[in-house]
Design a binder for this molecule. Structure first.
Ligand code: SF4
Length: 290
């Protein structure tokens, strides 16, 4: 284990023992916090930086933009260098976050997000799984590969959108080495401010929430039945949100009607963004004519 992680582990154990003894506040010098954050920022995992806007994004999203010109998120709308700096600063804070001590102990990476900070379309999942935790990038496992195929079928690339999760750390699975678990409502409430700040900075024109848990975490609602909730735009502070299935659900239910449903949701997203939709795209996953 690298020296910094050993130090962090020891610090967390010490703080937890103080908390168990009833110590609720600790004086910490800002300069010390800054120094502690430095190694984390340098070792930001692959894919977690927001790359600059890519050529071709403008072609995918024509200037006759559907959707709101501005959202109701507080604060000024950032552009250019200020936007890039804001997202890097937020990432630094997330990388140093130790709010959920049980997740800090088990995580290998803080999975912040990937894509361009100028994205007009942002996908939100529930939390990193084992593959994402290992690689430090959201949606890289089998479900991630399917999401990439969906994005490409829409005529876009992963670099032209932004992909993040409600929870930035992998939900722990005590006693199990493999498998993933859903984030708890409490974990999502704790981490949600990072997501909301990401959205405030990026200001996408459309959000896509992948699966019931992501809908609940993103919208702050509970007990969502995704089969009934999906397919109709909702709104988060002025930004249209399309709830749809999580790609892992589609992997488990490979029927034509399910594939068609998630694709119809994406067609609605494309229409909302004013993207061109070909006849071929319109017809994907329709039942063969007899
Ligand atoms: S899940 Fe979010 S709030 Fe909890 S430790 Fe990770 S970054 Fe911090």
């Amino acid at each position: 284990m690298p020296e910094f992680e050993q130090l962090l582990e020891a610090t967390i154990r010490h703080v937890e023992s103080l908390k168990a003894e009833g110590v609720l506040t600790l004086p910490v010098d800002q300069a010390v916090v800054g120094e502690l954050m430095r190694p984390l920022v340098r070792s930001a995992p692959r894919g977690s930086q927001s790359p600059p806007r890519h050529e071709g994004v403008g072609r995918a999203f024509p200037s006759s933009q559907a959707g709101p010109a501005s959202s109701e998120f507080d604060g000024e709308r950032l552009t250019g260098e200020a936007k890039a700096q804001a997202i890097v600063h937020l990432q630094e804070r997330a990388m140093a976050c130790v709010k959920c001590s049980h997740l800090v102990r088990s995580r290998r990476n803080v999975v912040f997000g990937v894509g361009t900070h100028d994205a007009e379309l942002m996908f939100v999942g529930e939390a990193p799984g084992m593959d994402e935790d290992a690689q430090g990038e959201p949606f890289v496992g089998k479900a991630g590969q399917l999401l990439t195929r969906i994005i490409e079928t829409m005529g876009l690339s992963r670099e032209q959108v932004y992909i993040g999760n409600v929870l930035k750390c992998r939900p722990d699975t005590p006693g199990r080495r493999y498998g993933n678990r859903k984030p708890t409502p409490q974990e999502m409430v704790t981490c949600r401010p990072f997501l909301m700040e990401q959205i405030r900075i990026i200001q996408p024109r459309v959000l896509v929430a992948l699966g019931a848990t992501a809908v609940e975490g993103l919208m702050g609602v509970s007990s969502v039945a995704i089969t009934r909730y999906r397919g109709e735009f909702r709104e988060l502070k002025g930004i249209p949100v399309m709830p749809t299935y999580h790609p892992s659900y589609v992997l488990r239910n490979q029927s034509l009607p399910i594939k068609r449903q998630i694709w119809e949701d994406m067609l609605k997203v494309m229409a909302r963004l004013g993207m061109p939709i070909s006849e071929k795209q319109q017809g994907y996953f329709t039942p063969p004519k007899r």
